[in-house]
Design a protein around this ligand. Sequence first.
Ligand code: SF4
Length: 219
Amino acid sequence: MSHTSAQLEHIYALLFERFGKRHWWPADSPFEVIVGAVLTQNTAWTNVEKAIANLKAAGVLSTDRLHSLAVAEVARLIRPSGFYNQKAKRLKAVVEYLMDRYKGSIDAMGEKNTAELRDELLSIKGIGRETADSILLYACCKPVFVVDSYTYRVLSRHGLADERMTYDSLQQIFMDNLEHDVMVFNEYHALIVELAKRHCRTQPRCDDCPLSELPASLL
Ligand code: SF4
């Protein structure tokens, strides 16, 4: 096992021991994961929950119902998530893609090879790497590690990454050094988010942080 693999596994063990299972992604269906992944861009999750509740209350949280809805109506329903006109167009583009390529079936989409599917998702206007990878991991159960600004922060503070790294090169650290296990990838990303919210903030709270127990060589 390489030094980096050992470090990443150790960090995972410490986080899991402290925070336990995170039960991500918080959604009732794979389609809801996809909608949440689009809506969560640049906003707090509580705002996404309100927007999703509106879609559910209107009975339109499905590929076919969203497909037949006008962009303006989608925008009205998802207003709490912010940037609602832009996000409505993105949601409609994702639904269009699902209907065109997979007749609206996320199961059918999930059968596609991961690399090709990632390219397809990234070709949809407004869908970036973090959103595409969240869809791959949490909606399609593909072994793809999701990184975000919290991942940059935590790893760079422990000398494992550099904040100037690209998204793909940071992701590659995890992909190259961990077994490609969907459940571990699922938990690991969620645990880093929890860590960043509770301890590894802009002003870090290291005192009772689970990673403050790391051997000095990792700090
Ligand atoms: S809060 Fe401190 S110990 Fe915890 S992850 Fe951030 S830098 Fe490391």
